[in-house]
Structure formats: C-alpha cells, structure tokens
Design a protein around this ligand. Structure first.
Ligand SMILES: NC(=O)C1=CN([C@@H]2O[C@H](COP(=O)(O)OP(=O)(O)OC[C@H]3O[C@@H](n4cnc5c(N)ncnc54)[C@H](O)[C@@H]3O)[C@@H](O)[C@H]2O)C=CC1
Ligand SMILES: O=C(O)C(=O)COP(=O)(O)O
Length: 528
C-alpha cells in the first residue's frame, strides 16, 4: 500500500485516479506548519503539493519513506530540490496544464492595467461617476518585451500579436529561426528594457533570474513603462519597482506574485493607485487545476508503480519513444555496475563508460545513472538510487566519463565500464542479445558469454589441465550445484578467466580452498 499525503488544495477530480487505485491511500492535511509536516511526513511514500507547502530540507530529512514529491503546477521553488535529489527523492511537476490559464491571466492583467479597469470598478462601487480619471492606453502598436519565452511567454506573445503589439523577446534558448516562426524579434535584456512600453517576465526564479529587473534596468526604461509579473516574485526587485513607481518612471504595474507570499497586509505595493494586484491567481482556473492534478496524479502513480514517467525535475527527462529505446539497457547497466563494484576493492577514482554501436546513438544519460546506481549501491547500500547516484558519485570524488563510438566489435550494441582504483583498472563489457537479454561478454579483456544473474564465481587462473575439475569438486563437496560455466583466455597456456553460475551461495571455507589453489590468481564471488 502506497501512502500519499496531499498538503495543498488540489482538484479532487484530478486526484480521482489515485482514489480509484487499489494500492493507494490518500490523506489530505492542509495548512501544515513546517513542524507539523515534519511530524507526519515519515509515514508517506508520496507528497502532493502546489505552491503553499514549503518542502524544506528539514521536512525532507524527516521524510524517511518519501520517494516522490508531485507538484500540481510548474514552479518548484517551494521545494528544496537539491536536498530532495541528495535524499534520492524524485520531484515531478505538471508543466503543461496551467500554461494557457497563466497566459490568459497575464493578458487580463495587462488589459486591466492599460484600461484601469479595477480602479474604475472600485470608483463606481464608491458611488462615483468619474470618466476623467481612468483614461487608459491602447495595446495596439505598443512594444511588449517578454523575458522568458517558454510555454507561458510564448502564449502571451501570440495573444499580444493578435492585439497589434510588436513583441521583443529574450530567452537564452531562443534561436533566430524560432523567433522568426513565432513572429517575435529576438533581443537582449538591455534592448528590451530600453525599447519596450510593456515588460512582462515569464522565467523561473533562479540565481540568474533573481532581480533580473533591478535599479539599473528601471533606470534604463522608457518614461511611462508598464510592468507585469505573473511568474515569480523576486524576478523583479520589488524595492526598485516601488522607487520607479514613486518617481513616475513606471506608469503602472500588474503583479500576481511577490517576493514574500502572502503579501503583507501593510505592504507599500498596496498603496499605489496605478498598480493592479492579484493573490497568485495565474493558475487558478477550473480547467488548469483539473489538468495539473490529473497530470501529476498520473505521473506519481506511474512512478510508484515503477512505470515510465516523464516530468521529473531532478532527472533527465526523455520523450516516451526515446525512453523506450534505452529502457532495455537499464538492467544491463545496473548489472555491469554491480559486477564491476564486486571485482574491485579500494577507493575508486574514475568510472569510464563507453557506449558502442547502436546504443551510442541513443540518449544514454539514464543508462549511465543505472550503471552508477549498480556500482555505488554495492558500497553505499539502499541510500543510492537512480535520482541521487550522480550526486553520490560526485560527493565521493569519483569522476564519471561517458564516451560514444560507432564500433561494437561483433555486437550490435556494447557497453564497457572501466573502473580505476589505486592505479588498478577493471573492465566489464556487456551487450543485449535480441531475445536473450543482457549478457556479460568480456571481463578484464577475457571474452566470456554469461547471463548476469544470481551468484557467480569468477576465477583468474593458470590455463593448465585439471583446474576446472578441482574447482568443481570443491563446490560439489560444498553442496553447490554449477548451473553454467564459461572459460575465456587470450592464448593457450597463459591465464584464463572462468565464470561459473552457481545455484547456491558458496561457503567461505570453499572459497578459501579455491583461493589457496596454487594456479588460482584470484577468485571472486559475485552476486548480481
Ligand atoms: N502565477 C502563477 O500562478 C503561475 C506562475 N508560473 C510561473 O511562470 C514561469 C514560467 O512558466 P513556464 O512558461 O511554464 O516555464 P518554461 O520553463 O516553459 O519557461 C521558462 C523560460 O524561461 C527561460 N529562462 C530561463 N532563464 C532565463 C533568463 N535568465 N532570462 C530569460 N529567460 C530565461 C527558459 O529558457 C524558458 O524558456 C515560472 O516561473 C512558473 O513558476 C507558472 C504557472 C502559474
Ligand atoms: O504552477 C506554478 O508555477 C504556479 O505558480 C501555480 O501555483 P499554484 O499551484 O496556484 O499555487
């Protein structure tokens, strides 16, 4: 039974699939303070939030059972994603469901600000009939500057063009050809702040975007510019905006988000007549709330059931068809990692992963993660998973290198893991045979062909008659049945590597007996 805690208002209609599932138990506990959340979070496998719940490091450290956090929306700045990653907790968001609602809200805010609709409405409600005070401006022919041309920024741009606005956009990922196909002009931040009549921000809040519009930018803006923020408080420096409103540089602002939420009752922004404020309502439509809840519930359920899911914030996300390509290699990767970990004692400094043949044409990030997971879990136990494996490797000073080559010897695909430790290198190579699944095809340069499963006894020994028979006898006396056997050598009479699949655990005594045999150079008991 998976236990799921919902700690923010999330559409019940969207959660229906979770309620209907047999093995999911959903508890709704809203408005929990940090201490209260810490006290209960230990009981849950999944946590579903919007933007109110602050998922802090303290909460995550109390979340011993938690495997996934689902964010019914886009922004994850209320979640300590770095700590979640370190704890091996997947963070999944629902990035598509509220795009239109937020773009429409931005547009509604722009029009409300341009035509002073909230102010005129308030005046009428006071019993007045004042037509002089609410003269507005047209959007037609005005320049709209958009900072952040992602999902929402793009939808805002389309609507603005329909209203006759000229759009300048800045986004580090905006190419000339995309700008051209959207009908916007690619510009720098400085060009936008100096030329635009309206400026709207649609970026996430990051170290780079914090105070993207600050004193310097307000200084450069046109007299009478109008400013919008329906993305995140803090992208625009509030104190600088307030000064620019006071000086008259900024003729109007429309804000949905704030540096501190909820906005303080006495906050100076509440005093400006030319500022339109909403309490973080961008995603608050029936449609968006159903969409994001359905999306996040579906993704979290898939994650808990070990089915492929796509919107993880702290994992590489691949489109379904590309994930399908790499999926069969994930088991092979994990087995290669596990095998290499058991062949090598001591501090590992470097893992070199080479992808050869067809697999080299795929997006191999997920395979690399499973290799790391397999390798590191041998030493670090259950704390290592697919999410935190790269982090744990880095924390342990292990350099991880990926290379790709079109060559794969006689195979269609080949993955080689080379592990360096104290000047010693061990190499394991695997492939995926159509219909036969993962196979180990080389260990330290010796060719073998073994299914990486269960207990395996691996010996490096002199290639002389009688060795295999003697090992067989020791195992027989130990009551261990040999299931499969493979011997690889470079040349006759040199050294040979033997891989035996065994049906039961070989005792320490039998292992010592084999290790003590004169022609045996090394012996490993490996569990895959
Ligand atoms: N007010 C509300 O209720 C809502 C607010 N949001 C917020 O809106 C923002 C945008 O959301 P989406 O469009 O869905 O995200 P998105 O990820 O599709 O777009 C964000 C864009 O910002 C760009 N960007 C990143 N750093 C930048 C920089 N330094 N300068 C310029 N552009 C930069 C990215 O390249 C990306 O194209 C997010 O902060 C999100 O949390 C989203 C939904 C509802
Ligand atoms: O999706 C986002 O980023 C939002 O800001 C929406 O926040 P909310 O879910 O309405 O608290």
């Amino acid at each position: 039974m998976f236990r799921i805690l919902v700690s923010d208002p999330i559409s019940e209609q969207g959660l229906a699939a979770l309620y209907a599932a047999e093995n999911m138990q959903i508890d709704i506990k809203m408005g929990l303070k940090e201490e209260e959340l810490c006290a209960v979070i230990g009981e849950y496998d999944a946590l579903l939030v919007r933007s109110q719940t602050k998922v802090t490091a303290k909460v995550l450290e109390s979340a011993k059972r938690l495997r996934v956090i689902g964010r019914a929306g886009v922004g994850v700045d209320n979640i300590d994603v770095e700590t979640a990653t370190r704890c091996g907790i997947v963070v999944i968001n629902a990035p598509d469901g509220n795009t239109i609602s937020t773009a429409e809200h931005t547009f509604a805010m722009m029009m409300a600000m341009a035509r002073k609709i909230p102010q005129a409405d308030a005046s009428l409600r006071r019993g007045e009939w004042d037509r002089k005070s609410f003269v507005g401006v047209e959007l037609n022919n005005k320049i709209l500057g958009i900072l952040g041309l992602g999902r929402i920024g793009t939808e805002v741009a389309k609507r603005a063009m329909a209203f006759g606005m000229r759009v300048l956009a800045y986004d580090p990922f905006l190419t000339e050809s995309r700008a051209e196909s959207l009908g916007v002009r690619k510009a720098t931040v400085d060009e936008i702040v100096t030329q635009a009549d309206f400026i709207t921000v649609h970026t996430p809040l990051t170290k780079e975007t914090k105070h993207l519009l600050s004193e310097r930018e307000f200084e450069m803006m046109k007299q009478g510019v109008r400013i919008l923020n329906c993305a995140r408080g803090g992208i625009i420096k509030e104190s600088a905006l307030i000064e620019a409103l006071k000086s008259g540089k900024v003729a109007g602002a429309a804000l949905d988000v704030y540096e501190e939420e909820p906005l303080a009752a006495e906050h100076p922004l509440r005093d400006f007549q030319n500022v339109v404020l909403t309490p973080h309502l961008g995603a608050s439509t029936k449609e968006a709330q159903i969409n994001v809840a359905i999306d996040v519930a579906d993704e979290v359920a898939k994650f808990l059931r070990n089915e492929p899911f796509k919107n993880a914030v702290n994992l590489p996300s691949l489109p379904a068809e590309r994930m399908q390509q790499v999926q069969p290699f994930l088991t092979l990767g994990e087995k290669l990692g596990k095998l290499a970990a058991q062949l090598l004692k001591g501090n590992v400094s470097k893992l070199q992963i080479t992808y050869g043949g067809e697999v080299a044409t795929y997006e191999v990030g997920p395979i690399t993660r499973t290799i790391l997971k397999g390798f590191l879990a041998y030493h670090h136990g259950d704390e290592v998973n697919y999410v935190n494996a790269p982090f744990i490797a880095e924390q342990n000073g292990i350099i991880v290198n990926e290379t790709k080559t079109s060559k794969a010897k006689v195979f269609t695909n080949m993955i080689t893991l080379e592990v360096e430790s104290n000047g010693e290198t061990k190499t394991v190579t695997g492939t995926l045979y159509n219909g036969f699944g993962p196979r180990i095809v080389q260990i330290n340069g010796y060719t073998v062909d073994a299914a990486p499963e269960g207990q395996m006894l691996i010996t490096l020994h002199e290639d002389i008659p009688g060795i295999i028979g003697r090992i067989g006898t020791i195992l027989g006396n130990d009551g261990v049945n040999i299931a499969t056997m493979q011997v690889g050598r470079r040349e006759a009479g040199g050294t040979a590597l033997m891989v035996m699949g065994v049906d039961a655990r070989v005792s320490g005594q039998a292992l010592n007996e084999i290790a003590r045999m004169e022609p045996i150079h090394s012996v490993y008991l490996v569990e895959l």
